[in-house]
Write a protein that binds this ligand. Structure first.
Ligand SMILES: C[S@@+](CC[C@H](N)C(=O)[O-])C[C@H]1O[C@@H](n2cnc3c(N)ncnc32)[C@H](O)[C@@H]1O
Length: 208
């Protein structure tokens, strides 16, 4: 699993390498564009809407919402990734922060129309994912959504099958969400939670 230095080194080549990896049609980026297109459909009209993007990276996804008039607030622990995101979204707001510690002080009391995160939550273990998500419920407006897109599976069997198929490409350090384990951990969060598998190795967790 990459640390912030690894992501700093990857930032310049990130967008191209994701596009190349997606073309291979395999784990971990199979269906990446489709996953993000499905996230986009969940945000009806982005004009004037405040969106917090956790692990925003180069802004590959949020930049399209920004172009449609959304107000983007991005969080990432990689300064180089944030530089790219700032270049793509000059009027955006950006925070250099490690989400292992939740949200930075200045965002803790803020509420957003929606909170999104793409391909970043696998850096947290299951308990960390659940407690971070529970804490984020207070940062989303009552009509809002928390949308987590990532490498993820419906069942532990599905994850095991993908690991088997992926062989040496599989990254044992990353902790992928398994919906049958995660959904019960989110009960009582105050929001309804559902999971949808989009590609063979990725899906969307929606809290609304
Ligand atoms: C695979 S990239 C995804 C970037 C972007 N969301 C996308 O879909 O293209 C993961 C991003 O999460 C960030 N990240 C990973 N762990 C993090 C952490 N603990 N705190 C903050 N950012 C983190 C990385 O720096 C990187 O920009």
């Amino acid at each position: 699993m990459l640390d912030k230095n690894g992501f700093n080194e990857w930032a310049a080549a990130y967008d191209k390498s994701i596009a190349d990896a997606e073309k291979e049609g395999r784990y971990p980026f199979a269906g990446y564009s489709t996953v993000l297109a499905e996230v986009r459909k969940l945000i009806k009209d982005p004009r004037g809407v405040q969106i917090l993007d956790i692990g925003i990276g180069t802004g590959k996804f949020s930049a399209s919402l920004y172009a449609e008039g959304a107000r983007i607030c991005g969080l990432d622990f990689s300064a180089a990734m944030l530089e790219k995101a700032k270049a793509a979204m000059p009027d955006g707001e950006f925070h250099l922060f490690d989400f292992n510690s939740g949200l930075p002080h200045e965002l803790k009391e803020r509420t957003f129309d929606h909170i999104i995160s793409a391909y970043a939550f696998h850096h947290l273990d299951d308990g960390g994912k659940a407690s971070f998500l529970q804490s984020l419920v207070g940062n989303v407006k009552p009509s809002g959504k928390i949308i987590i897109a990532d490498v993820a599976f419906n069942t532990a069997e599905d994850l095991a099958a993908c690991r088997e198929q992926s062989g040496k490409k599989w990254d044992d350090d990353e902790i992928y969400m398994v919906a049958e384990k995660m959904l019960p951990l989110l009960q009582g969060s105050g929001l309804a939670a559902e999971y949808r598998q989009i590609s063979g190795c990725a899906g969307i967790l929606l809290l609304h």
